[in-house]
Design a protein around this ligand. Structure first.
Ligand SMILES: NC(=O)c1ccc[n+]([C@@H]2O[C@H](COP(=O)([O-])OP(=O)(O)OC[C@H]3O[C@@H](n4cnc5c(N)ncnc54)[C@H](OP(=O)(O)O)[C@@H]3O)[C@@H](O)[C@H]2O)c1
Length: 304
């Protein structure tokens, strides 16, 4: 089968390889579409890891799981593969990490859902128990930010987003205030989210209300953060900063994907497809993510 593998740091090339080895709890899917993530860029920066891009995978089951745990042959599924591998004609997907797709959902829309949808849903749930009224989301121009904005807006929160552009879409999804730069943020927020790091994190922390919560789920800028204990005293004293990683014990990817697909069907969660390309142009899609030119999710269609 054909699949993309690293050729040099950040570069990929199409090669012929054996079908992926499968665990008993994995199905083999013929891939239809793949969503790309910043994680792909991070892994591809180290070519020795032999990372095949594609954590977000949509396809049709052509071989069932050996342990009979999964959907039957012919089922169309969407799944999350923590070890990548989607940018290939065929991919292995764990039955605990996928759900069956309704016919009404397109492959490109479905490819937006796995990692970004799961991350947004879990970030929402962690904070929802504190019933925040005002929520700040920095780095909101990406796939996670779009979902998080819509989920919080539907929950009734006043949502302020920071994104380089694409404000019309974020407003359509329910953002109350859309800002271009984090330095424009005013007021305080019960819950804040940052995935940019550096100055963005520091501003988000400063804007968190006393005893509020700041969820830290990425570092797109690559810049570490600096926190001064004394700065917090006159500002977000008593703040809880919670580092977040989507893959953690206690979560069910299959259940969450089912919930997310249900939300999309019910029109309470709307995928934002920022770009769709044939997989022969995957390098261009990766370059667009790197250059911050994608609003929402970059999708590639496979095998066409
Ligand atoms: N912790 C987890 O489990 C988890 C799961 C999924 C993703 N993540 C991380 O969460 C972040 C967002 O994910 P995503 O899928 O939404 O990514 P994405 O689609 O690539 O969006 C990232 C956004 O960050 C903004 N950004 C601001 N400053 C940036 C900088 N210096 N460099 C790069 N981007 C910058 C960009 O928006 P503007 O150009 O509009 O400013 C961009 O749209 C990423 O860092 C990702 O690695 C973490």
């Amino acid at each position: 089968m054909k699949k993309f593998v690293p050729s040099a740091a950040g570069e990929v090339v199409l090669v012929d390889e054996e079908l992926p080895a499968r665990r008993p709890s994995e199905v083999l899917v013929q891939v239809e579409a793949v969503g790309l993530n910043q994680s792909d860029l991070i892994h591809l920066s180290r070519p020795e890891k032999r990372w095949t891009p594609g954590i977000d995978v949509v396809g049709t089951v052509i071989e069932e799981a050996a342990d009979d745990s999964g959907p039957t042959k012919g089922s169309r599924v969407v799944g999350v593969s923590a070890r990548g591998g989607g940018a290939a004609e065929y991919a292995a997907l764990g039955t605990g990490h996928l759900t069956v797709l309704p016919d009404s959902l397109s492959a490109t829309d479905a490819a937006c859902l796995p990692l970004a949808g799961i991350t947004a849903l879990r970030l929402y749930r962690q904070a929802a128990k504190f019933k925040p009224e005002r929520v700040l989301i920095t780095g909101a121009g990406g796939a996670v930010g779009h979902f998080l904005t819509e989920i919080w807006a539907r929950a009734g929160a006043e949502v302020t987003v920071v994104a380089g552009n694409g404000h019309a879409r974020l407003t359509e999804l329910g953002a109350t205030v859309a800002l271009q730069r984090v330095d424009e943020v005013t007021g305080t927020f019960d819950t804040a989210y940052d995935s940019v790091g550096g100055h963005s994190f520091e501003r988000a922390l400063a804007a968190t209300a006393p005893f509020g919560h700041l969820y830290w789920y990425g570092q797109s800028s690559g810049e570490p953060v600096k926190i001064d204990y004394f700065d917090l005293i006159g500002g977000p004293r008593g703040v809880t900063v919670r580092q977040f990683l989507w893959a953690a014990p206690g979560y069910s990817d299959a259940e969450d994907l089912r919930e997310i697909v249900g939300m999309v069907q019910g029109r309470t969660l709307r995928p934002t497809v920022g770009s769709v390309r044939d997989w022969s142009e995957i390098s261009a899609s990766l370059a667009e993510i790197r250059a911050r030119r994608i609003r929402g999710k970059a999708v590639v269609t496979v095998g066409g």
